[in-house]
Design a protein around this ligand. Structure first.
Ligand SMILES: Nc1ncnc2c1ncn2[C@@H]1O[C@H](COP(=O)(O)OP(=O)(O)OP(=O)(O)O)[C@@H](O)[C@H]1O
Ligand SMILES: [Mg+2]
Length: 311
């Protein structure tokens, strides 16, 4: 059993009357990559700031690496790094100078920083740009520099607040590959707040969904997908050569079929204790060819929107 590296208990942050984070219960294991999802204003950044010991909770507790985020915030910041929303770097310094400066701010001995810089820039593919001023960097390069700034103190845990905001698909993938590599090779625990569901789906082992400051889901995408179907219900996805209203009608008449949804060339047949054989035979008899048939899985986007359907 891995042990939790981040734990919160009834963690709450209020701004006056407004509750930005509401009784958050979190448990994150060492080495996990966790996605933190929620729309604008849900409380993601507020949570990250509290976990970094940079914002004091109104009530509740949190430990990071076993350290209390209030009483031992300095130790927390020694083992945890955070890449904030919109990175902090100095445009008129080079990549190397930025890292030296961050090292200084974190009280890391200069020799140690200098020894680490090449390796860090290598990890984020900026070796060639080490001595170029950041003002010449593209957005993707700046974000990669931001990652190396987080890594300079060799953290056990890294918090990323929307690291891929404004990046093109290629830079997004590069950044994702860097994070996955750091997790795999160094066992870095990654807490990734993002609006890009596709991105999270491809990176994270587990997702947390926050809604108006409250945690509404914490599970693997596969489990959350299963939860979208109520008990005793199953949903089969079909890809067919031909779909027409006559076929949909016939399928609706099969016993156990609760509903049939069409999405372009796909059909989703929702069954309660249903007879899958009769469904596929109905399709074949109608003259359509089954190109694909499998249990339906939901994308993270569908899962996410389901939690927000009442908003
Ligand atoms: N310093 C503050 N004073 C008052 N209200 C604040 C403060 N910081 C955040 N809030 C409010 O708390 C709520 C949560 O904000 P937070 O920045 O944590 O959201 P978020 O999930 O990070 O959103 P986004 O996706 O837009 O970054 C928002 O309604 C915000 O207006
Ligand atoms: Mg935010």
């Amino acid at each position: 059993m891995s042990k939790p590296i981040i734990e919160t208990h009834q963690l709450t942050k209020q701004y006056g009357e407004f509750t930005a984070v509401n009784n958050l219960e979190l448990s994150i294991n060492e080495g996990e990559i966790v996605g933190f999802l929620g729309p604008n204003g849900a409380g993601k950044t507020t949570t990250l700031l509290m976990l970094m010991g940079l914002s004091v909770p109104t009530s509740g507790t949190a430990t990071v690496g076993g350290y209390d985020v209030v009483e031992e915030s300095k130790q927390v910041r020694q083992i945890a790094g955070m890449m904030p929303e919109g990175s902090g770097y100095y445009e008129d310094l080079t990549a190397r100078q930025n890292l030296q400066y961050i090292g200084q701010l974190n009280d890391i001995p200069k020799d140690e920083v200098d020894n680490r810089i090449d390796e860090l820039l290598e990890a984020v593919d900026l070796v060639k740009w080490a001595d170029t001023k950041v003002e010449k960097f593209s957005r993707g390069m700046k974000q990669r520099l931001g990652i190396s700034e987080v890594l300079i103190k060799q953290p056990k845990i890294a918090f990323f607040d929307e690291p891929t905001l404004g990046l093109d698909p290629k830079s997004t993938k590069e950044l994702r590959d860097i994070l996955l590599k750091l997790n795999k090779e160094q066992g870095l625990t990654i807490f990734l707040s993002s609006h890009l569901l596709h991105e999270v789906q491809q990176t994270c082992q587990r997702v947390l969904i926050i809604r108006r400051g409250k945690l509404v889901a914490a599970d693997t995408i596969a489990n959350l997908s299963n939860n979208l179907l109520s008990k005793d219900m199953s949903s089969i996805e079909f890809e067919l050569t031909e779909i027409d209203s006559d076929l949909i009608q016939k399928l609706n008449d099969v016993s156990g079929v609760k509903s049939v949804e069409q999405q372009n060339h796909k059909l989703f047949v929702n069954l309660e204790n249903g007879n899958v054989r009769e469904v596929s035979e109905t399709i074949t008899k109608h003259g359509s060819i089954i190109l694909l048939m499998k249990p339906r899985t939901f994308s993270l986007e569908e899962i996410f929107l389901d939690y927000y359907k009442e908003d």
